[in-house]
Design a protein around this ligand. Structure first.
Ligand code: KG4
Ligand code: ZN
Length: 355
């Protein structure tokens, strides 16, 4: 059919997401998060996430079907995140989706989580009107979350997505979580530091911007590394040293100034390198995705730098930037519309699935 009805399931990290689309129209978008269960550990615990998915998956599917007012029988296809992500968490979604597809006799599409984040750009209301029904040719995507920091070039969502750069150590959101712990700000670190930073001076500390000007990793010498990669481990170490220096002198740690200076370093290096990658690869339209897309400074600086570089920036609503099933459903529907064959019956979860 030209507007296939597709249910999408996402369980790669700590969000159990189920979305339903008809073509590019979003009908349901339900998310159950286990983030509260990870707070006391200061990070996502894989076993806890997997068990929470097991408990939440069927009720979340039910809620989505009710919200969209459709039955399993009416679906044209089921889509599920097959990777990358946490092995146990992914396995819950993939096993559930396989069972559902087999029982209801529906084709099943295994979806790449990173490409699904870009699939958000297909959804009516997110997709700029000027794009018409399709995605523009010179499209890129910047994904920044607790699990990933990537810049992608998107030539075709179904066949041709290229990784231009990614973090070689921590994801940006992970750096936020670690720095929040260092300055005693709690978990998840992103929103807390974003708030604290508003009370601080972003110029009070000059924290390092990893892998910038003159220090590019040369892809010829180091295969697997890219010119547009990021590194956040040096930044995290610099923050840790700053904190230690105050503590060693029994001085109060200037948490707000550190938060603001850290946030400035993250936003600066992410946006500078993303825009440079866009320039070098002729990307004229950039889509932002991932939980760190909620960050006020990142949004502001990226908007400024895209404007200066003549790049059209699309920022989806935050609840479609964080992990969700709607993006999986939207990409699944695109694959059906493009005539892509469903995944084989032996589809498995692949924690390290490349784009
Ligand atoms: O996309 P997401 O929900 O899950 C992952 O794929 O990880 O992103 C969660 C991450 C967490 O690390 C959280 O600290 C970060 O997004 N985050 C933020 C903000 N809100 C959430 N980081 C910076 N500023 C924010 N306002
Ligand atoms: Zn994600």
């Amino acid at each position: 059919s030209c507007s296939p009805l597709v249910l999408g399931i996402e369980t790669s990290c700590d969000e159990t997401g189920v979305g339903i689309v008809r073509g590019t129209r979003l009908l349901a978008h339900e998310v159950a998060s286990s983030v509260e269960e990870h707070v006391r550990f200061g990070g996502v615990i894989p076993e806890i996430a997997a068990r929470a998915h097991l408990q939440a998956l069927i009720p979340t599917i039910r809620r989505a079907l009710e919200a969209a007012d459709v039955t399993l029988d009416e679906l044209d296809a089921i889509a599920v995140t097959a990777g990358p992500g946490l092995a146990g968490a992914l396995m819950v979604g993939v096993s559930g989706a396989k069972a559902l597809a087999a029982a209801a006799g529906k084709p099943l599409y295994g979806i790449n989580h990173l490409v699904a984040h870009v699939g958000v750009g297909l959804i009516d209301g997110v997709r700029p009107e000027a794009w018409g029904d399709a995605l523009p040719e010179d499209l890129g995507a910047l994904l920044v979350s607790g699990g990933h920091t990537e810049i992608l070039k998107v030539d075709s969502l179904s066949t041709d997505v290229t990784l231009l750069g990614s973090t070689i150590d921590d994801a940006a959101g992970e750096a936020y979580d670690k720095v929040a712990r260092l300055i005693g700000a709690g978990y998840p670190g992103g929103p807390v530091i974003d708030r604290m930073a508003k009370e601080g001076d972003p110029t009070s500390f000059r924290f390092p911007r990893g892998l910038t000007a003159g220090k590019f990793v040369c892809s010829a010498q180091e295969p697997g590394k890219h010119r547009h990669d990021w590194s956040f481990s040096g930044l995290k170490t610099a923050v840790s040293r700053a904190v230690e220096q105050f503590e060693a002198r029994d001085m109060q740690v200037p948490a707000a100034d550190i938060a603001a200076s850290f946030q400035e370093a993250v936003a600066d290096v992410i946006t500078a390198k993303a825009v440079r990658a866009c320039r070098e690869h002729g990307i004229r339209h950039l889509l932002l995705g991932g939980g760190v897309a909620a960050n006020s400074r990142l949004r502001g600086l990226l908007a400024d730098r895209c404007r200066s570089a003549g790049i059209e920036l699309t920022v989806p609503p935050v609840n479609l930037c964080t992990d969700n099933g709607a993006m999986v459903a939207a990409l699944g529907a695109r694959l059906v519309m493009d005539g892509v064959a469903p995944s084989p019956a032996e589809l498995g979860a692949d924690p390290g699935l490349p784009v």
